[in-house]
Design a protein around this ligand. Sequence first.
Ligand code: ZN
Ligand code: FE
Length: 253
Amino acid sequence: NKMQVEIIRCLKDNYSYLVIDKQNKLACVIDPSEAKPIINFLEEKNINLKFILNTHHHYDHVGGNSELKKKYNAKVVGFIGDKDRIPEIDIFLKDREIWKYENFESKIFHIPGHTSGHICYNFFKDKLLFTGDTLFSLGCGRIFEGTYEQMLNSLNLLKTFPEHTKIYCGHEYTLKNSEFCLKNDKENLKLKEKIILIKEKLNHGAPTIPSTIKEELECNIFLRSDNKLIQKNLNTSNELDTFSKLRDLKDIF
Ligand code: ZN
Ligand code: FE
């Protein structure tokens, strides 16, 4: 069984994703910022929406919940800790729970930091990981509700997924993120190679998503806070201080 992922552009720079079971013409949507572009795609392809999966409660990730739920009689799925702030939530998930419906099978991980209730969805059979606003390609989310340590722990958990896992994140921030990475990691050849590919994709009007765990481990500076050369450049001596300093610098970049 193979799931197809469709990238749907929403709002200014958000991505929503459809995970499609082509056999049954059923889909889940991850983080619908708005309903319209999702409906347009589903109508055109004659696919039925069964579930709305939210990574966190921010409006640019749940804005389409109500309209999609009403139109398709879909169920809204999210973290139990956010049951009072995810609009129209029906199914409450716990950390490390496996959520399953027919061919859809996803493990949930609680990854706080950006928000206290942020989760990611790992469709492990398909090696897909939906990281919301926690891990971006070449970046990470701002810390709104957590501590630096929580965010670092969440990112370190994501580092343990199989290398060829595909990363689908909430925003197209990759180019700007790449400039920050390069500024603080000037000798990184893999990063330079990835930047060339990123620019090619963007020049063709294509998304830079998905990335992979492997590429992020090699190039994303926020996953490299334990790297001695980066620590030397930043004049820090441990992973948490390095990560915290990078996050602060990125906030004003
Ligand atoms: Zn957010
Ligand atoms: Fe967002």
